[in-house]
Design a protein around this ligand. Sequence first.
Ligand SMILES: NC(=O)c1ccc[n+]([C@@H]2O[C@H](COP(=O)([O-])OP(=O)(O)OC[C@H]3O[C@@H](n4cnc5c(N)ncnc54)[C@H](O)[C@@H]3O)[C@@H](O)[C@H]2O)c1
Length: 264
Amino acid sequence: MTDPVKPGAVALITGAASGIGRAAALALASKGMRVALADLPGEKLDSAAKEAGGLKIEVDLSRPGGAAAMRAALLQALGAPALLMNNAASRAGRGFDAAPEEWRAAFEVNFWAVAEACRIFLPDMAEAGGAIVNTGSKQGITNPPGHPIYNAAKAALKSWTEGLEHELRGRPGPRVSAHLLIPGWTTTGDAAHRPGAWLPEQVVDRMLAGLAAGDFYILCPDDETTEEMDRKRILWAAGDVAENRPPLSRWHPDWKERAAASCS
Ligand SMILES: NC(=O)c1ccc[n+]([C@@H]2O[C@H](COP(=O)([O-])OP(=O)(O)OC[C@H]3O[C@@H](n4cnc5c(N)ncnc54)[C@H](O)[C@@H]3O)[C@@H](O)[C@H]2O)c1
């Protein structure tokens, strides 16, 4: 396993206009990587690209063909990436009565655009090797109530990225590795920073350490949820199936006290 973070190598980051993606672009640029920042067009993307000194790629990843257009722009300007960070996300379609078009748009960005980007960039990356980081979520693992389409897309992304890594590690030639970045509660977008949350830079530091160590699961705590609490919550969620409990039992009236005691 070689660390893809090297001076002169190319990094493509989606969702780079804001939050974790923006912090990643700045951190990777500061390490001498040639960075490309992909996001929806707008002032945020303009200023992030300027600050990182990187290539700006305006793209709507909810549209079919978005990933292919992004690839064409990258290859023409900088060449194949050593690091592909699929990080853009849509939070559209909250609740079970949201409009199906919103659910589809959320899945397009959070799952399909990522799967498509991996598929089309892999042959480019296979020549020199590199790493793919897909940004997942604890919501795709522990499945809290409130935003089922986001949880479902992130669960799909986890499953798909696990399968991808299994497939890639058996391939001959320069190694391309896959990784699942799992942020905790992180202050991003236009939100004011609140006690308990991590800053995007902390998530990126954890990602860089995880990549250097060759970790597949790059699981981030925050100032409210420790690594030990995460471990217990993940095991509790898996226990719903193994123990034949109701789904989402951590929030079920008959189970939540036992879950709280077990996960604290
Ligand atoms: N912030 C958290 O607490 C948290 C927790 C767990 C996981 N995550 C994940 O971290 C990643 C980064 O999120 P963030 O919190 O930094 O959010 P953010 O809103 O600050 O950044 C997300 C970026 O994705 C871009 N994006 C959305 N739709 C797009 C589209 N159709 N085409 C191109 N770009 C699009 C947005 O414009 C935005 O710049 C996401 O995958 C998110 O699911 C965040």
